[in-house]
Design a protein around this ligand. Structure first.
Ligand SMILES: O=C(O)CCC(=O)C(=O)O
Ligand SMILES: [Fe+2]
Length: 555
């Protein structure tokens, strides 16, 4: 399978991160995490993950060398052992006679001194030292995922599961929305996903993945590293946290049949039983009791179902959209916007929504331009950040999983050309616009519903730029998932090289809250987007301030 295909597939990506993680355990003793770039959150951009295939190839070669060297050693050691045994057999017939021979006596002493030293040296695991030293040197040049990558990749899978309503069993079979994409997840893989969810206190997904691990464990008995009792322990505790104390007790009893001396399980079972008794007592006394744990469950289930029901996710799944009546009002046109250049080469412009107006320009960025922009951005991609409303600081957030780079006009004529085209499409000046932002999404990468403009309470958002608020967004979608506007019921299914444009602000300068939008999690593929955010300053004559028209068509 080609690297490209592998990285289009979130399950394989997850497995890859897990495999490398297992490797990390193998070399745990010597491997120290100190370089900053190692902690570069590889899972947040698919392009960065491609590096991990090189890492895996190096590790596979290292392990193969280690095995073949160990095998050579074992061959020598086996011969040695056979030699000792054959001499012992000879001696056992008549030890006195055997040792009466001075050569035998000498050889016995030799075998137990210098020869044994050699044997001992061969048995010593000095090969490991050598390999670990090599790996320490390699560390400077190869990328290793971190705990955070593993957790990020696991969370991404559960996010995809929720957003796209994927059932655990199909996902574990490597199936995404009915299409078979990858190899299956084993019981151990499912266990690891459950464990990651557990570490994130996400008991809902812990239960789903531990149940799957348990199901698979029955059929994979000799292939699993994880024991059934380990799965049962996580499953029981998570069920307890979700309020199913009865099932938690039942599974713990099952665990204790397999592992009767498991002290923690014994303690837990006792606790669960007391809990059940207390509940029964309370129920008798005053009906349902509304305890802590139940609240925890309700919280988790409510937030989950609410989220699942949300318009955003329905749009991502393509389950809702504009009405036929609304769609019938949309038009497309050739337009020159009184621009002399466009008089010669008019633009094809398409309405995606009327109020607020969202415009689409298809195939407006050429494939060679896309490649140049991607290649310029690749070495400079940094984890995308969001502004913390309280502190005003930029920081990474779970609701925006991507990496981005900013490209200047002066870096390449292609970038200057693209920005000039943005001017043609929008009739706005790009002199006060931000640099071209290039984004690559990671595993299940997304950007939850947000506004591109700074709201009134975000006083300092674009202060340092000195160009006012983000008046408009021009988003060039290279390839990948949907951009959705939950308040408008609009989903823009991107096409390579197409661009979308909308005003974030009313002509009054007030933010248009209907422009709330999101990037749906990437289910399959590597999604590239570039943004140009145009600012208020410099647009005074093209889009004059009009206080009265906050709700007109182009406001
Ligand atoms: O990637 C997308 O579809 C939208 C990105 C976006 O809204 C943003 O970067 O502000
Ligand atoms: Fe946005």
């Amino acid at each position: 399978m080609s690297p490209e295909l592998i990285f289009k597939d979130p399950i394989l990506v997850n497995l890859l991160v897990m495999n490398i993680w297992n490797w990390k355990f193998t070399f745990f003793l010597l491997y120290t995490y100190c370089s900053r770039w190692i902690r570069s959150e590889l899972y947040t951009a698919i392009v960065d993950l491609e590096e991990l295939l090189k890492t895996e190839a190096i590790l596979a070669e290292t392990l193969q060398n280690y095995i073949s060297q160990q095998e050579t050693k074992l061959v020598i050691l086996k011969k040695q052992a056979a030699h000792y045994i054959s001499e012992l057999e000879k001696a056992s017939k008549d030890p006195t006679d055997y040792l009466a021979n001075p050569i035998n006596a000498y050889l016995l002493v030799k075998r137990l001194t210098s020869e044994w030293k050699n044997t001992e040296n061969l048995m010593k695991n000095d090969l490991y030292e050598e390999i670990s030293n090599n790996l320490t040197a390699l560390r400077e040049n190869i990328k290793f995922p971190t705990d955070e990558d593993l957790s990020g990749a696991a969370i991404a899978l559960t996010r995809l599961q929720d957003t796209y309503n994927l059932d655990t069993e199909s996902l574990a079979r490597g199936e995404l929305n009915g299409v078979q994409y990858s190899t299956k997840l084993s019981s151990d893989d499912c266990f690891e996903l459950g464990r990651q969810s557990y570490n994130n206190k996400d008991f809902y997904h812990t239960v789903l993945w531990m149940q799957e691990a348990l199901r698979k464990h029955e059929t994979e008995q000799n292939e699993t590293i994880i024991s059934k009792w380990e799965i049962l322990e996580y499953l029981a505790y998570s069920l307890y946290m979700l309020g199913n104390v009865h099932k938690a007790a039942e599974l713990t009893e099952e665990l204790l049949i397999i592992f009767p001396d498991h002290e923690r399980a014994k303690g837990n079972l006792e606790y669960y039983k007391t809990h059940l008794q207390k509940n029964r007592h309370h129920e008798k006394k005053k009906g349902d009791d509304g305890e802590d744990d139940k609240e925890k469950v309700t919280d988790q289930l409510d937030s989950f179902t609410l989220e699942k029901r949300s318009k955003y996710e329905m749009l991502c799944r393509g389950e809702t959209g504009m009405t036929v009546r609304e769609i019938s009002k949309l038009k497309c046109r050739y337009t020159h916007k009184n621009n002399p250049f466009l008089l010669i080469a008019p633009l094809k412009e398409e309405d995606a929504y009327l109020n607020p107006r969202i415009l689409l320009y298809r195939k407006i960025i050429y494939p060679n331009e896309i490649e140049i922009i991607k290649n310029k951005a690749k070495p400079r991609l940094q984890r995308a950040t969001v502004q913390n409303h309280q502190t005003g600081e930029q920081e990474p957030a779970h609701y925006r999983i991507s990496k981005s780079a900013w490209l200047k006009d002066t870096e390449d004529p292609v970038i200057a050309n693209v920005r000039r085209r943005v001017e043609d499409m929008t009739s706005l000046t790009v002199t006060t616009a931000e640099e071209l932002q290039v984004v690559n999404y990671g595993i299940g990468g997304h950007y939850e519903p947000h506004f591109d403009f700074a709201r009134e309470e975000e006083k300092n958002a674009f202060k340092s730029l000195g160009t006012g608020n983000r008046i408009a967004t021009m988003s060039d979608v290279a390839q990948g998932g949907a951009t959705v506007f939950p308040l408008l019921d609009v989903a823009l299914w991107p096409e390579r090289g197409s661009a979308a444009f909308w005003f974030n602000l009313h002509t009054s300068g007030m933010g248009n809250y209907l422009t709330r939008h999101a990037a749906c999690p990437v289910l399959q593929g590597s999604k590239w987007v570039s943004n140009v955010w145009l600012h208020e300053y410099g647009q005074e004559f093209v889009r004059p301030c009009r206080l009265e028209d906050a709700n007109t068509l182009n406001s």
